[in-house]
Design a protein around this ligand. Structure first.
Ligand SMILES: [Zn+2]
Length: 462
């Protein structure tokens, strides 16, 4: 399968850099994030199974980044970093999903709203919800005129609520039909939840990806939420223990999400908004599906399968191409600001105490090939803490006990460790801006239980 993927990628047409960039602000900017979606499970990234016809078609008219990386393998830290251009450490949201983004943070939604864009979000992962006043918040709702976090669907074997892809597309389309969207420029964020475990796709999709399981690798079912050597408790579906059956279910979840995403795209085309919308598609993080003994989990390590993400951007007026330069979610902040027409305004009123953003606008014609990008997991000084960096060649990780690990991303000889250490320091260098206060989420008992059932509090470090 690995060889097939590589071959598929090699057969795709190579694209030369394009110098002519679209001028002027976009009318509409839409960020679509899908939870727990691995790039390598999509056809446009070389996967041989038909999981992603909608995204494959999008990729054929977009820029596809083959080396795109989150900052953290957790939903809330990853999305907070994406929406602010700062790392989870700088934002005080390093410890999993149990910290709120502080009100002092400056988010894309706030900036877009202040520049006269209508702003809306449709989120479908429980940890992104806006709880009632006094109970804490993910903090990501700041700046959104509409923050639709209605989650009524309950997964079969846990207490958590979520919203499935059909209802997520329904809600996004409802907002696109509203006068707020119709009457002017807008910034919309839609977060789909479906590939997040437990993998329970609709039967029709599950059937489609069922495959022969000749090896029949059986895994122990866990009593805890850890995926090390076992199926995490919240992932166990119907007592099933076969590795391949979970992988097939995961593929089916991806296909179900992709199928529903098509409805949102059709809506944009019907409104004649497709051509002049900047559309950014990515995932918050990936998922381990058996690599190195980790099963159906994320947030426990900084391995490639949990920190590499798909990134497909449809730039209005730009033809399709593929990019191999390493890029980070942190690059989306300057990219979207540029699309919103905010970059030049910011330069004129630059505050010397404002953070030096480390991200680069993806409108930049020549991006550096060897830029170290930061990876973080867990609160500094705790047993869960990992830090890392990724560049075009390596993922380099420092474990909580100080051990290091390097993983080549292409065929390479031995790494120069001092060089990797220097790049790690560079990637983890604070941006000089104020560190934001660490605000633990305040939850009622039900909230805490639901978080635990999502697999988000086991072994947490505070
Ligand atoms: Zn997530």
């Amino acid at each position: 399968m690995r060889h097939l993927s590589l071959l598929t990628l090699l057969l795709l047409p190579a694209c030369s850099p394009e110098r002519s960039l679209p001028q002027g602000p976009a009318q509409r900017v839409i960020v679509i994030s899908c939870d727990t979606l691995r790039a390598d499970r999509l056809g446009c990234y070389g996967y041989p199974l038909p999981t992603s016809p909608t995204l494959d078609a999008l990729a054929r008219e977009s820029t596809l980044y083959r080396s795109a990386w989150t900052t953290a393998p957790w939903t809330a830290p990853a999305m907070a970093a994406l929406m602010t251009g700062r790392t989870p450490d700088e934002l005080g949201v390093h410890g999993g999903n149990r910290f709120a983004l502080a009100p002092e943070a400056l988010t894309l939604a706030e900036e877009a709203r202040d520049a006269g864009f209508a702003t809306a979000a449709v989120v479908s992962n429980w940890v992104l919800r806006q709880p009632p006043a006094g109970m804490g918040s993910s903090g990501l709702s700041q700046g959104f005129d509409v923050y639709d976090d209605e989650m009524k669907q309950r997964e079969g074997n846990r207490e958590a609520f979520e919203r499935h892809a059909d209802a997520t597309s329904d809600a996004a389309i409802r907002w696109l039909d509203s006068s707020a969207a119709r009457d002017g420029r807008f910034f919309l964020w839609v977060h789909y939840q479906d590939p997040h475990g437990p993998y329970t796709p609709p039967a029709e999709f599950a059937q489609r990806f069922k495959r022969e399981d000749t090896l029949r690798v059986e895994l122990p079912t866990g009593k805890t939420q850890s995926g090390k050597g076992q199926i995490p408790a919240y992932q166990v579906v119907g007592g099933e223990r076969s590795l391949e059956s979970y992988r097939a279910r995961y593929d089916a979840e991806v296909a179900w999400f992709d199928h529903q995403l098509a409805r949102l795209f059709t809506c944009l085309r019907e409104k004649n908004w497709w051509e002049d919308t900047l559309l950014v598609f990515t995932a918050d993080h990936g998922e381990s599906l058996g690599e190195n003994g980790w099963f159906f989990c994320h947030g426990e390590n900084l391995q490639r399968e949990t920190v590499q993400v798909p990134l497909i951007i449809r730039f209005p007026g730009r033809s399709s191409r593929m990019m191999d330069v390493p890029v980070s979610h942190l690059d989306l902040w300057p990219t979207i600001r540029e699309a919103l027409g905010l970059e030049s305004a910011a330069r004129e009123t630059a505050d010397p105490s404002s953070p030096a953003r480390r991200g680069l606008s993806l409108f930049t014609p020549e991006l550096p090939l060897q830029r170290p990008l930061p990876l973080q997991l867990g609160t500094p000084g705790t047993a869960r803490r990992h830090v890392g960096m990724v560049d075009g060649d390596w993922i380099f990780t420092v474990f909580p006990d100080g051990r290091t690990e390097y993983t080549p991303l292409r065929e390479l000889g031995q790494p120069q460790l001092p060089e990797l250490q220097a790049k790690l320091r560079q990637a983890q260098q604070p941006d000089g801006g104020p560190r934001l206060p660490v605000l633990p989420l305040v939850g009622d008992g039900r909230s805490r239980q639901a978080l635990q059932n999502l697999g988000y509090t086991e072994g947490e470090d505070h």
